[in-house]
Design a protein around this ligand. Sequence first.
Ligand code: UD1
Ligand code: CA
Length: 452
Amino acid sequence: MSLDIVILAAGQGTRMRSALPKVLHPIAGLSMLGHVVQTARLLKPDSIQVVIGHGAQLVREMLAADDVNFVVQHEQLGTGHAVAQAVTHLKADNTLVLYGDVPLIEAVTLESLMKQLSDQSMALLTVNLDNPAGYGRIVRNVDGVVQAIVEHKDASPEQLKICEGNTGILAAPRVALTDWLSRLSNSNAQGEYYLTDIIAMAVADGLSVNTETAVDAMEVQGANDRLQLSELERHYQQRAARRLMAQGVTLLDPARFDLRGEVSVGRDVVIDINVILEGQVEIADNVSIGPNCVIKNSILRAGAVIKANSHLEGADVGEGADCGPFARLRPGTVLAARAHVGNFVELKNTRLGEAAKAGHLTYLGDTEVGARSNIGAGTITCNYDGVNKSKTIMGEDVFIGSNSSLVAPLHLGDGSTTGAGSTITTDVPAHALAVGRGRQRNLEGWARPKKR
Ligand code: UD1
Ligand code: CA
């Protein structure tokens, strides 16, 4: 059966007290609406319709994608009115309604909801709550058959006692839904066109309303303010941490781990506290990540060791290579197997060959370092003349003396050496020693100045 998904995202979210439209507030680094669109895609729908209103232009720009169509709801006249705006774009047999501010909904839940749907029934996702204040209540008859949804503000004292709440998420056959939407009225406590009124219409038309209950209330929780946003963030992170532990990762404290993107993990990975993984991160077997590391869009190969307080972005760390503490690997950094990067070393667009080392206080940009070469403390590549960038190419077994300035473009042959404190401006042949500094003079019997 074909499916269109409508995501409601037109509301303002006043309680966020923000210039940003509510649905653009992030959970785990991705907008709430972004999460819902991602989940929607997993259902392989024929179309995804996003109903926008407040901040429409920004939402459009942030979420633009080939498979997403935006429908503008100029005035927010209610959830029923919002879905009605998308009706002309709906072509599939069935329609599923999701919410841009309910970001943690999972595809498995939606898949079981969709199983409740047929041409003779609609499907409704409900949730049992200790405190259902604000929620629409699911009204059932003595046989437990759903009759209607009553909004909190329209409910009788008796109905307010119902603890089964409406999540808002529902699915219905398109043709019936279209008809019901055209018949909605706004004569209710809030003067809105309630989507929830279609339930009673379905019952009147002889369709059954089948429910699925969300086991995890956080999965269907919306974010109306910053507190709820933070609760959803924590819930998301707990879920991510549990998933990783189930895959065989040791997290020294799952409450101090944050995933803002996607990670794949091998076996026996150990992650210490306060680590943030962002974007796409690949972690192979036996990798160890020390505390307070931020790792973005990087590959950590088997046995790599990332020590405390390191910051990696766009890096490829080879088998058994290590970096940190306090290493900064910027985009284009490649560490070959067993390469070593120590503290206060910044690498950008640079490859360290097998077992090459840059142990301390170094900047290497646009550089290739051959196998087993050793970069002394305080070495700087001068790769930028203010206009253009140039490369430094080093052979194998090169030894760079401490505090060398390597002025690119530069080529240093295999086995070459530079003297400590040198400024190297011309190529160094293989196995040569290059010294580029003033000779030391000792002035005997020199008297220090005296205070006047
Ligand atoms: C709605 C449901 C309620 C349910 C609750 C769950 C209705 C009438 N009520 O109530 O039964 O328990 O959600 O949270 O459906 N929106 C638009 N355009 C509009 C109005 C709303 O896009 O004109 C969007 C909002 O941005 C929001 C969502 O729809 O994402 C829900 O709207 P909201 O006003 O929060 O509905 P509730 O009153 O919470
Ligand atoms: Ca709401």
